[in-house]
Design a protein around this ligand. Structure first.
Ligand SMILES: NC(=O)c1ccc[n+]([C@@H]2O[C@H](COP(=O)([O-])OP(=O)(O)OC[C@H]3O[C@@H](n4cnc5c(N)ncnc54)[C@H](OP(=O)(O)O)[C@@H]3O)[C@@H](O)[C@H]2O)c1
Length: 273
């Protein structure tokens, strides 16, 4: 079984990678640090004797994501499972060199571009790591570059976008009678490195407080690992999971018009790069 995972060098992605290596998966890993990927590859091969292929890529950049996806597509005609996991919280307003707001670019566009580029290679499952943080926000027209930036609100919107993306892709796949499933999940509040790129003092205090109550990455990764490897989920698609059980996402996340409009605008952004 071949599994492609984004963000395998830390937190939830790392725990998922180790668990799938233990199960004998052939791993295709996309991370932003070559040094971290090289050292992860060595330790996975030493410990689990598995096949590991790594790609260095800044997933916040669409052009780099496409170049990497192209290399992967040139090498693999079939990938069983794709796990979109790489993400971050950016409390300061950062713009990528392609002109997109960083949270939008990394947390939403990387899922959208990588999945769509590789769609005909993926044969079984697509798993999108979303979050309960998606509740209490709506996605407006300025999502890709907000006029009034609030880092936490933008993160929440990006996680709502992961759910729209999952539900809309599920519709497209089922219309084309594809056997591929797509689901999303909330891993829990997990003690990872997710907030470490923020210097904001107030945010650091709040996040240290939250981390005190957070579960471990190993516990948090359990839903991702189950969805990827348990045959129980082989034919289930278009759902949002917490603790490996399907649950209702926010009411607005089921709005098909918003999902379609986000899909269209994301596609336009991708095609202009
Ligand atoms: N932690 C939580 O409580 C929680 C809750 C709900 C949902 N989530 C979601 O879980 C996912 C994983 O987050 P995590 O908590 O495991 O965080 P994490 O420990 O910070 O891991 C994030 C991973 O993404 C990689 N990454 C970050 N920016 C990248 C970029 N520009 N290009 C390529 N790779 C990049 C990181 O690489 P480096 O190792 O090089 O930094 C790392 O491997 C995210 O989608 C997040 O929204 C987390």
């Amino acid at each position: 079984m071949k599994c492609l995972i984004t963000g395998p060098t830390s937190g939830l992605g790392l725990e998922t990678t180790k668990a799938l290596a233990k199960l004998g998966y052939h791993l295709i890993l996309i991370g932003r640090s070559k040094t971290k990927l090289d050292s992860l590859k060595t330790s996975l091969i030493t410990e689990y004797n598995c096949v590991v292929d790594t790609y260095t890529c800044d997933l916040s950049l669409i052009t780099e994501t496409i170049q990497t996806a192209k290399k992967i597509k040139d090498k693999y005609t079939e990938i069983d499972v794709l796990i979109n996991n790489a993400g971050g919280i950016f409390m300061d307003h950062e713009i990528t060199k392609e002109g997109l707001e960083m949270t939008f670019a990394l947390n939403h566009m990387s899922y959208f571009v990588l999945t769509n580029y590789l769609l005909d290679c993926v044969k079984k499952k697509i798993i999108n790591v979303a979050s309960e943080a998606h509740r209490g926000v709506v996605i407006s027209n300025d999502f890709s570059n907000p006029k009034y930036f609030n880092g936490w609100r933008q993160y929440k919107k990006s996680k709502l976008a992961n759910i729209y993306f999952t539900y809309h892709l599920d519709k497209i796949l089922s219309k084309s009678n594809s056997a591929v499933t797509v689901n999303c999940l909330h891993p829990g509040v997990v003690n990872t490195n997710i907030a470490n790129n923020n210097k904001n003092f107030f945010y650091k205090v709040i996040s240290s407080f939250i981390k005190f109550f957070a579960i471990s990455s190993k516990q948090g990764a359990s839903t991702i690992i189950s969805l990827a490897s348990d045959s129980l989920f082989d034919e289930i698609s278009g759902l949002y999971f917490i603790k490996s059980k399907p649950v209702k996402s926010s009411t607005i996340s089921y709005d098909d018009d918003i999902a379609e409009s986000l899909w269209t605008s994301s596609n336009e952004i991708w095609k202009t790069m």
